[in-house]
Ligand binder design. Structure first.
Ligand SMILES: [Zn+2]
Length: 172
């Protein structure tokens, strides 16, 4: 999704009035950030700063795209800021931007990235306890009769089959 965001920033029209990529909007502002305060109209200054912030957030979202949560949060923040800024500060005397495919692609990629991060988390169930380490009980001690080879329980004093006294030393 990060690649989609970066691709959208660089290649897709963000504003179709006239067709402008977000890179073409954001980069000059970032490069000339020092003169933004001199633009005069507070609405334009706010808009410019908001665009700079969202531009940086979206580029960051694209770069951290391998981490869906980061890309999703950064991307959505950037898109929310740029959208709010345009509605709040766009000067009425300039024709409002007409969102292009880049705008929608970045929203979509951010939402998908965030969604993917939640989906990825869900299946992570608590690790099953390691198959009950059934330490097989030690086999009960038995004694083999020296005379008839009958296997006798440990408690037996005489062979259960032939009655031979079991000397417990005969344990095999
Ligand atoms: Zn016996």
């Amino acid at each position: 999704m990060g690649l989609v965001i970066l691709f959208s920033i660089v290649f897709l029209p963000f504003d179709t009035n006239p067709p402008t990529t977000f890179l073409e909007i954001g980069l000059p502002l970032v490069e000339n950030i020092g003169i933004i305060p001199n633009l005069g109209d507070p609405a334009i200054v706010s808009l410019a700063y908001a665009l700079v912030v969202s531009f940086i957030l979206l580029v960051a979202a694209g770069i951290v795209g391998v981490f869906p949560l980061g890309a999703g949060v950064l991307g959505l923040s950037g898109m929310a800021i740029v959208t709010a800024a345009v509605y709040l500060f766009f000067p009425p005397e300039i024709p409002a931007p007409v969102w292009g495919t880049g705008y929608y692609a970045m929203w979509g990629a951010s939402v998908i990235a965030l969604g993917a991060s939640f989906l990825r988390k869900k299946p992570k169930q608590p690790a099953q306890p390691p198959a009950a380490t059934q330490t097989a009980e030690p086999p009960p001690e038995t004694y083999v009769c020296s005379r008839c080879r009958e296997t006798n329980p440990a408690a037996a004093e005489l062979c259960v089959k032939c009655g031979e006294p079991l000397t417990h030393a005969q344990n095999p």
